[in-house]
Ligand binder design. Structure first.
Ligand code: PGA
Length: 246
């Protein structure tokens, strides 16, 4: 399987965005791993023109409908037309800030697949769930309820992102990450059979140049979903290099 480093720019990407992408491109050359940037939707088309073959693009959310009267939303076909090959779905900032349920996330996933996009599906526990020993139950329930019928190991990527590790500089221990990733692999094997070993499992939450290599050395960690550290080429490039070396 080809490992994946995905950058989630969230609501960032000002006038320096194109310069950062040019710097990243120059730094990583033709990477051994897949690299995908998920900028705000307004930047997809300009980045598609600048990114070149080494950098893929993704959106950060999509509506379950393909078109219609949904002010402020963006559809999967519009993302695809702007240059996206992926879309992030179920990020905790959307689950919490926009009240997204697992069933809505599954409906969005079906829309993404219908538009020919691949999905990066985010799952993760809160700090209270972690403290209460409910992590595996939580991510297991999210996984079961937010995969649409058409999901396959090839068109879905699963990102384990503990909510309390996002943007905080805190991460689970390596043992805790390994435990969740092994659990996710087992769950996917139960759903899809042996083919599930081809599904990429990403870790996300405060991935930095300093901790990336240790995380990438863990079994069933096939890449990362990177927020803050994906905004600057100087931070994202060493993470991509660590993944290529893992
Ligand atoms: P972070 O965000 O790397 O800034 O913690 C990760 C994410 O939200 O995907």
């Amino acid at each position: 399987m080809r490992k994946l480093a995905a950058g989630n720019w969230k609501m960032n990407g000002g006038p320096s965005a194109l310069a950062e992408v040019a710097a990243l491109k120059a730094r990583i050359g033709a990477p051994k791993v897949e690299v995908v940037l998920c900028p705000p939707a307004t930047l997809l088309a300009p980045l598609a023109a600048a990114a070149g073959p080494a950098l893929g693009l993704g959106g950060q959310d999509c509506h379950p409908e393909a078109s219609g009267a949904f002010t402020g939303d963006i559809s999967a076909p519009l993302l695809q037309a702007a240059g996206a090959a992926y879309v992030i779905l179920g990020h905790s900032e959307r689950r919490a800030g926009h009240g997204e349920s697992d069933s809505l996330i599954a409906a969005k996933g079906a829309a993404a697949l219908a538009a020919g996009l691949r999905v990066i599906l985010c799952l993760g526990e809160s700090e209270a769930e972690r403290m209460g020993g409910q992590t595996l139950a939580r991510v297991g329930a999210q996984l079961a309820a937010s995969l649409p019928a058409g999901a396959t190991p090839e068109n879905y990527v699963i990102a384990y992102e503990p909510i309390w590790a996002i943007g905080t500089g805190r991460t689970p221990s390596l043992e805790e990450i390994a435990e969740v990733h092994a659990f996710l692999r087992q769950s996917l094997l139960a759903r899809w059979g042996a083919g599930a070993s081809a599904c990429r499992l990403l870790y996300g939450g405060s991935v930095k140049p300093g901790n990336a290599a240790a995380i990438f050395a863990l079994p069933h960690v096939d890449g990362a979903l990177v927020g803050g550290a994906s905004l600057k080429a100087d931070d994202f490039a060493p993470i991509i290099e660590a993944l290529a070396a893992a």
